[in-house]
Design a protein around this ligand. Structure first.
Ligand code: KIV
Length: 284
């Protein structure tokens, strides 16, 4: 494996100051984390999107802290050096500041995260400042926020109109004031993302379908590789169709076993004649 240094918050901010783009992907399991580590992805998000991509739910709402911790531990084992962010699942931070700090602390203590992420704007500022005051780096998430997608009219562009754009801008300022180190802008217009990127001073902006003018980009891993069968968001790019590749392999396996072409001698192990004869005698 390529040796890499542990990614840190100062190193991320240095990249931003040098005008280098930050790379970020979602990840939910050990083998994928191992590959993302080798590819030198800067930041890995164990998103509660795992409820849809890995567990087959129709939304992220049923995902629990236990689900998140288990997957995040696996990702940390595969990627010791990325900046690892645990996504706070539904109702793990909404209830109270104390509850938010407690659950953020679990991500750090039980899954060796570097940071946590939560959805929401000004209404979540007290949660953010509480978690940050507990010494836990925190990322915000605005625009399309899947935990409240229902209330926002589904998985659609946010901030297209002036009033909603101003609301998102104000939420960015509130989160920055509360102490986030970064904000994910998901599915907002490119020029809104660009303006916000230019205006923030103490945090950096990551775009997911919000255009090129952010400090970095995020993609959902399953969308990049054709691994989520239910839909392919327009904002995603298919880098390789691993889903099709795996399906072909599976069909080939079924055909080979059915036609007795698998296994071949290189796939099994023999036993010396004298040992087998002795074994047969032992049965008599
Ligand atoms: O859960 C997740 O993967 C996320 C992305 C949609 C950014 O929050």
């Amino acid at each position: 494996m390529t040796e890499r240094k542990k990614m840190t918050l100062p190193a991320l901010f240095t990249k931003v100051l040098n005008g280098e783009q930050i790379t970020m992907l979602t990840c939910y399991d050990y083998p994928t984390a191992y590959l993302q580590e080798r590819a030198m992805v800067d930041m890995i998000l164990v998103g509660d999107s795992l409820g849809m991509t890995m567990l087959g739910y129709d939304s992220t709402l049923p995902v629990t802290m236990e689900d998140m911790i288990r997957h995040t531990q696996a990702v940390r084992r595969g990627s010791p050096n990325s900046w690892l962010i645990g996504d706070m699942p539904y109702m793990s931070y909404q209830v109270s500041v104390e509850n938010a700090i407690h659950n953020a602390g679990r991500f750090m203590a039980e899954a060796s995260c570097d940071a946590v992420k939560l959805e929401g704007g000004a209404e979540m500022a007290d949660r953010v400042s509480g978690i940050v005051a507990a010494g836990i780096p925190t990322m915000g998430h605005l625009g399309l926020t899947p935990q409240s997608a229902g209330a926002k009219g589904g998985f659609r562009l946010q901030g297209k109109g002036a009033i909603q754009a101003k609301q998102i801008f104000d939420d960015v300022m509130a989160l920055e004031e509360a102490g986030v180190f970064a904000i994910l802008l998901e599915l907002v217009p490119d020029r809104l993302c660009k303006l916000i990127t230019e205006r923030v001073t103490s945090c950096f902006i990551i775009s997911l379908g919000a255009g090129p003018d952010a400090h970095g980009q995020l993609l959902i891993y399953h969308d990049m590789f054709g691994l989520y069968p239910k839909f392919k968001p327009r904002m995603a790019k298919l880098y390789q169709d691993a889903g099709a590749m795996i399906l072909n392999g599976l069909k080939e396996y079924v055909a080979e076993v059915s036609e007795r072409r698998f296994p071949q001698p290189e796939n099994w192990f023999g036993m010396p004649d004298e040992e087998f004869d002795q074994f047969l005698q032992m049965l008599d």
